[in-house]
Design a protein around this ligand. Structure first.
Ligand SMILES: [Zn+2]
Length: 86
């Protein structure tokens, strides 16, 4: 979490957010039953299993409820200067 956020949907909220921390858990599933047959750590992932590379946080706007990746909120903030601050 670094740098300002701005909600890309309502474009007014810069202060109220719900941070949703994403903690990926790699599993192997039985294709028939859907039962988890193995859990992996990053060290013992098998060769065919791609480790999670998505964003660490999802962010929900505390004003309009939009949920997006953290990067989307940061990008919107950096492409728009706050007229009340500058
Ligand atoms: Zn919003």
């Amino acid at each position: 979490m670094s740098g300002p956020y701005l909600c890309p949907n309502c474009t007014t909220n810069r202060t109220r957010f719900n941070m949703i921390e994403q903690i990926p858990k790699a599993i192997k599933m039985d294709p028939e039953s859907g039962e988890v047959v193995q859990e992996y750590t990053n060290d013992n992932l098998d060769a065919f299993h791609i480790p999670y590379k998505g964003s660490h946080y999802r962010v929900q706007c505390g004003a309009c409820g939009l949920i997006e990746n953290e990067e989307t909120f940061k990008a919107r903030a950096s492409s728009s200067k706050n007229p009340f601050l500058s």
